[in-house]
Design a protein around this ligand. Structure first.
Ligand code: GLC
Length: 617
């Protein structure tokens, strides 16, 4: 570390976002690290300090420390993750900050990080395939959706609908929406945009943003970001990246899935390009750790599933999915596996890796055992005894059989089954949620038998889940009083529309991956062919409405990027099975042997997970 360059006392009045931006632009030439005056922070915790990322070509890639002089505390996690965490509070900066410039020859600059990542197209199956008209148009739309920052591609806008007079935040780069775009680019041999996206979003992590004076936890990734041009003076403008962590989002929803998708995409980037140097970088390793620490932090939870508020994932409005929704659990599980794979094990990470392994094992047991429903299980629930007070109760969550919805008794096929939407004390959400189920198959969160059964259910219930346009986001819709009470009378989420059982073509790629993993690509091909018949003619809508997905959604955007990208990614996956196989996971038998409860050692009680292993092998 070289000398101290600036010592500055902030006023106690919170600076406006814009003022702060200008203040930090003073250091634009050689952006310094910022660290609190009097606290020691270990070197691998680096946080960015500014209200925007600025476009500086020589921006060093070390991630600056983001903190303010008050509210900095170092905390140790108790659940065997012993990692320092710096608590950040924004605004009231009353103590001096020391700003240091640190020279590190070993680390690349961001300018270098955007260098080309070439993928040998030969390795992508090498097959020459005639693209359909729909594919050609899709590529044109996808290229047009690319967002540039300082001249480099960094993501794709959510929608590019020329007729849309009120784009709201659809002109932003959403983390979750970019994933299928990223995969399409990667599968086509274009790695740059994905690398840039991963590095820039990393710098947005733990941003200094608050909702009414409260800051979200460090490690949180934004839902979306926008490139803004800001005037520095009369003659100069500067591009800045401006993230949204939910503080502007409708309903102020928390983007829990963003960090999980970021980790999943980071791993996919390495697998598909062979460029593992990105995930090995210190700042990237720190990013992974921050997300994992946030997810693994101790709370009041009784279950290994992640507890979240409503609307914290693709369904980003109130839809009764608060608690332990399957979508978040399946992404959480995948992010845990990816992190375990990517984290370099050393003294500073070994406890985290241990905690990841323990959580993986407990989470997979919990989901496989308690979320699974098929005709047999429904019959068991139908005959459940309730109010059982004991450690070995059969009806552990005190589910009243009256909760089984009448539609389910008729709907559940003889063959097949699925994972519940949500599980909490005295509550099972029996709705079928597509993303969570497909991603459980892809990540092997569900057992091999369950994976097969999920695809059997789709086949048996094709008209309900695929219908005229793949794929229903969930099934069935909330209607009447349920709609009124659970959605809060949301006019966008009326029955069989949007999140309330609308059909979302973007989900095709997840379905395709699940089918390919299970050796049933023909199912995906059938769904893709169905979508292909309409998407181009309908101008690539965001979603479709009605029970069978016959109509373009009433408030649906057109030229929705992840519709386009989901379709392209499905086509590319089907054409490149060997590439597809890099994106899913097989059963991990070692995980079944991990058990930290200690019951088996005492011999006094039976560990229920030991018994569960027998079903899987
Ligand atoms: C809607 C979707 C959300 C998506 C966003 C941008 O809000 O619910 O999942 O990320 O649009 O497309």
């Amino acid at each position: 570390m070289s000398g101290i360059h600036v010592l500055r006392k902030f006023s106690t009045k919170p600076a406006s976002r814009f003022r702060r931006s200008l203040f930090f632009s003073t250091f634009s030439k050689d952006l310094p690290r910022v660290r609190p005056y009097s606290s020691s922070i270990s070197n691998h915790h680096k946080f960015f300090f500014s209200s925007h990322i600025w476009c500086f070509r020589q921006l060093p890639d070390w991630v600056s420390q983001k903190t303010t002089s008050i509210g900095v505390s170092v905390r140790h996690f108790s659940n065997s993750v012993e990692t320092e965490k710096i608590h950040v509070q924004t605004g009231l900066n009353s103590n001096p900050l020391v700003i240091e410039r640190i020279h590190n020859k070993d680390q690349e600059t961001l300018g270098e990080s955007v260098s080309r990542v070439e993928i040998n197209v030969e390795t992508l199956g090498g097959k020459v395939r005639e693209e359909s008209e729909a594919e050609k148009e899709a590529w044109r739309i996808l290229e047009d959706a690319v967002v540039r920052y300082c001249g480099s591609p960094v993501g794709t806008v959510a929608a590019n609908d020329p007729g849309d007079k009120l784009p709201l935040n659809y002109d932003q780069v959403f983390i979750r929406d970019f994933v299928p775009s990223a995969l399409a680019f990667l599968l086509k041999g274009q790695g740059d945009i994905v690398r840039n996206f991963l590095l820039h979003t990393l710098q947005l992590q733990s941003w200094e943003k608050t909702v009414d004076c409260y800051s979200p936890g460090q490690g949180l990734m934004p839902a979306s970001f926008k490139v803004r041009t800001v005037a520095l003076d009369d003659n100069t403008t500067e591009e800045v990246l401006d993230p949204d962590f939910g503080e502007s989002a409708i309903g102020r929803v928390a983007p829990v899935d963003s960090g999980l998708w970021w980790i999943i995409l980071l791993r996919a980037y390495g697998k598909l390009t062979g460029d593992f140097s990105l995930q090995e970088r210190i700042d990237v390793q720190t990013g992974i750790k921050l997300i994992m620490n946030l997810c693994l932090a101790d709370g009041f939870d009784m279950f290994p599933t992640l507890l979240v508020t409503d609307g914290s994932c693709m369904i980003d409005r109130r839809m009764g999915i608060h608690g332990h929704p399957l979508e978040i659990q399946s992404l959480f599980y995948s992010a845990l596996i990816c992190s375990r794979e990517m984290l370099s094990v050393n003294d500073s990470s070994k406890n985290l890796v241990r905690a990841i392994n323990n959580r993986l094992s407990a989470l997979s047991f919990h989901i496989r055992e308690y979320y699974w429903v098929d005709i047999k299980k429904i019959n068991e629930i139908y005959r459940y005894k309730t109010e059982e007070y004991s450690t070995d109760a059969t009806n552990k969550f005190n589910i009243y059989p009256e909760q089984i919805p009448p539609w389910l008794m008729d709907w559940i096929p003889e063959q097949g089954g699925y994972l519940l939407g949500n599980l909490q004390p005295a509550h099972m959400d029996f709705r079928f949620f597509s993303l969570g189920n497909f991603w459980s198959v892809v990540s092997s969160l569900s057992t091999p038998k369950q994976n097969e059964a999920i695809l059997n259910l789709i086949e048996a219930k094709w008209d309900d889940i695929i219908g005229n346009m793949p794929l229903k986001i969930c099934y069935p819709a909330l209607e009447y009083d349920d709609w009124r009470i659970i959605t809060g009378s949301d006019p966008k989420n009326t029955p069989w529309s949007y999140h309330n059982s609308g059909s979302w073509p973007t989900l095709l790629w997840q379905f395709t991956l699940a089918c390919m993993k299970m050796g049933r690509p023909e199912l995906a091909e059938k769904a893709v062919a169905l979508a292909e018949k309409r998407l181009m003619a309908d101008r690539w809508p965001e979603y479709y409405d009605t029970r069978s997905g016959k109509f373009i959604g009433k408030q649906s955007r057109l030229y929705q990027t992840w519709t386009v990208a989901g379709y392209l990614t499905s086509k590319l996956l089907l054409a490149n099975p060997e590439m597809a196989s890099l994106l899913f996971w097989e059963e991990d038998y070692e995980l079944l042997d991990i058990c930290v409860c200690g019951l088996s050692k005492t011999g006094r009680k039976k560990c229920s997970r030991v018994a569960a292993k027998i079903h899987i092998r």
